[in-house]
Design a protein around this ligand. Sequence first.
Ligand code: AKG
Length: 323
Amino acid sequence: MSLNSEQLAFFKREGYLVVPNALDPTGLQPAIDEITEAIDAHAEAAVADGKLSHIYADEPFETRLWKIHQEYEDLYWSVIYGQLQGHGIFALVSNEELLDVAESVVGPEIIGSAVYRLRPKLPGHWHGEVPWHQDSGYFEPVCDDELILTVWVPFVDATVERGCLEVMPGVHKGGVVRHTQLDPGEEGRRSYLEILETDLPGDRVVATPVDRGGVVLLTNRTPHRSTPNRSDVIRWSIDIRYQSADLPTNFPPLAMDRNGSATSNGADGANGSLPEAALTCYPPESDFLVRSRSRPEAVVRTWQEFNAIRLAHQPADSTVRWE
Ligand SMILES: O=C(O)CCC(=O)C(=O)O
């Protein structure tokens, strides 16, 4: 769905927007299927290795990983973030209804940003609590003044009890504030950035509960955090990011400059190899073109192509900007 003028005005003013019924919930199913296939495969391997008693096949999606986690913690770490990059994740990031929402905000030439993050927020689990941050805290400084849209998509109703997002409204027009790198915690896996209380740019906090089928939109400078899951179901969600194709991107083979002209972006197009991530908002992972009227031939249309781009990507280091 496209946003109406009131929704757009709210998003521009407040830096966030809850969009109920943004997509037909059947559009979530391919991603749920891919996640389930991954859980099946990892669980079967764990059973074969004697690390898990059974694969919990009868448990519903909303509880299965949590039940497994109580016996075998590694599976959680094998599915989170951007590790799944197959048919179902691609179907969701290229879902036409989500792209219509994104187009309302970033325009018709849309890069699917490198950074999409699958988050099974387990009941009471420390890793699901994400401290206050702006997404730009993680991105390259060259993109600080640009708009990278987060479309936060829950697979289940995201209630306050389940730990929906909280945002700090109306402060996204300021700059990127100081972030502090949290000490790596359990097995080095806790590596979040945090805006400390003294550095927070506002004091008003809004919770953004949203039902399955709805989404929450954020800008890359909107402070947000994720509160504890106090329920007994997994708050499954994925945050997908989109940006205009005229921003720094590592989408191969060509990026566009500010005038809309193609630039080489460090790519060695001559031998058909994929470019190194030189100029981009998030160099460690690859961008992909998901909608374009001016370059329809370059749009990534199959999950195999999406998968190949991500696997072939040669990550460049991010700028170290926070101590
Ligand atoms: O989904 C969450 O709990 C946190 C999401 C988040 O921090 C983000 O999308 O940047």
